[in-house]
Design a protein around this ligand. Structure first.
Ligand code: 0X9
Ligand code: ZN
Length: 425
């Protein structure tokens, strides 16, 4: 079975990945202000604009369209005419349309504005150092290919739109999905689509660990632990958020809801006090908890992943932003039942706060929201699970900020590795 997984992985991921540079310092060099200046990447002061010309009959492109619609009936009519509604505002909706749909809507006087979107789904040029799904997958594949004795890559499941959710694993004797009795540490990013730094931190952590694998103080963890890294849990949402070379401020996954709207908040979809507090059962809202606990394939994949790896002891789920380290519970003001675990959360969290300059606190101090992944991981599996709210003053910090955020978070992650074999020491 495991050979089948490797074969499929090799077939599914482009071979270009084999030749890719995986060096941590080179990855950082690519995002340095000097390098960006060298490449003369312009940093625009305003979002890029695309000249909009009504498409010809032969045009097969896609368009981002804003059309007028003030009520559910009008929105339903737009859906039936082929508009893929993504955002609903008062008096208008925005979404994707093929050229012929755009022409038809325009002839009925329904179009407020439109712009062509490039087939490529990518970050705006000034933030091209961030890794999109393809680049993330290729880099993970390249890291695994360069370190075959210790690293493997496998998919933990597929997203709503059918993308693989890739996991990199560092373990000297267990590869792919096979079980291991070594203590496990698990780093996870991008529950929320627009939180792109939360992909960069675990992704570059993986590159850094492999670059430094022979340093005795790192080798001892690589030899004795089972390390899992899933940098991008919600690639559908990420690809939507960066589609057309601009940001969409999108948070959720890409599930189609019964009212035609999109998305469940994946960090409200786990089965601990599901949909009780700080979440909404209105599908159009950003904090929609989904039809049921674990209704979403991405959350289900995480559930199966934890079930398959009961050796996992420690965990960080990366989010942005706020410079906080949050420990359970966040779904209730109640304390975790074990005094020993509470002490470990405070001690380990405080140490990681020292290393990052973040504040360590109980998650509910921020706000109470139930159904989040870390509460569930702790409650269901006893995992010492921390939510990190990384730096940034908004959801789109400049690529030049990646370096410092990643570096300090590597220190915190390595400290967590040092505590994984015995978190209570
Ligand atoms: O609300 C969330 O899911 C997280 N914040 S974010 O801005 N990244 O969306 C925080 C989760 C922390 N958990 C609780 N306070 N329950
Ligand atoms: Zn988040």
């Amino acid at each position: 079975m495991k050979y089948l997984v490797f074969l499929l992985t090799a077939l599914l991921l482009p071979s270009a990945a084999q030749a890719m540079n995986t060096s941590y310092s080179e990855l950082l060099r690519q995002i340095s202000p000097e390098r960006r200046a060298e490449l003369s990447v312009p940093v625009p002061s305003a979002p890029e604009t695309v000249k909009s010309v009504m498409p010809e009959q032969s045009d097969s492109g896609r368009y981002w369209v804003t059309a007028s619609a003030s009520n559910s009936r009008e929105r339903t009519a737009l859906l039936e005419k082929g508009l893929d509604i993504v955002e609903i505002n008062s008096g208008s909706v925005s979404g994707f349309a093929a050229a012929d749909t755009l022409r038809a809507l325009s002839s009925e006087g329904l179009i407020a504005s439109f712009r062509a979107i490039s087939a490529a789904r990518d970050f705006p040029s000034y933030d091209s150092a961030y890794h999109n799904y393809k680049e993330t997958s290729e880099l993970m594949q390249a890291i695994a290919a360069k370190n075959p004795d210790i690293a493997s890559i496998f998919s933990i499941g597929k997203t709503v739109e059918g993308r693989d959710i890739w996991c990199l694993r560092f373990n000297t004797n267990a590869k792919g999905m096979t079980a291991s009795s070594k203590p496990g540490a698990f780093f996870l990013g991008n529950h929320h689509a627009r939180e792109h730094l939360s992909n960069e931190v675990p992704l570059l952590l993986a590159a850094w660990l492999m670059d430094n694998r022979n340093r005795p103080e790192i080798k001892k963890y690589l030899d004795s632990l089972d390390i899992f890294i899933i940098p991008m849990l919600n690639p559908d949402g990420v690809e939507y958020d960066i589609s057309g070379g601009r940001y969409h401020m999108y948070r959720k996954n890409m599930s189609r809801n019964s009212d035609g709207s999109f998305g469940t908040d994946l960090n409200r979809n786990y089965d601990f006090l599901w949909c009780k507090y700080g979440s909404s059962n209105n599908p159009r809202t950003d904090t929609y908890c989904g039809k049921a606990a674990f209704s979403e394939p991405e959350a289900k994949a995480i559930r199966s992943f934890f079930a398959a790896h009961p050796n996992i002891k420690t965990h960080i789920s990366y989010h942005t932003y706020g410079k906080q380290i949050l420990y359970p519970y966040g779904g209730t003001y109640d304390e975790v039942p074990s005094e020993k675990d509470k002490k470990a959360f405070i001690k380990i969290g405080n140490e990681m706060a020292e290393l990052t300059g973040y504040i360590n606190r109980k998650s509910s101090d921020l706000y109470v929201s139930s159904g989040d992944s870390c509460d569930w991981a702790y409650k269901a599996h006893g995992v010492l699970a921390f939510t990190f709210e990384l730096d940034g003053r908004n959801f789109y910090p400049s690529a030049s900020e990646i370096d410092s955020v990643v570096s300090k978070n590597i220190n915190a992650a390595v400290y967590l590795l040092s505590m994984t074999a015995n978190p209570y020491k």
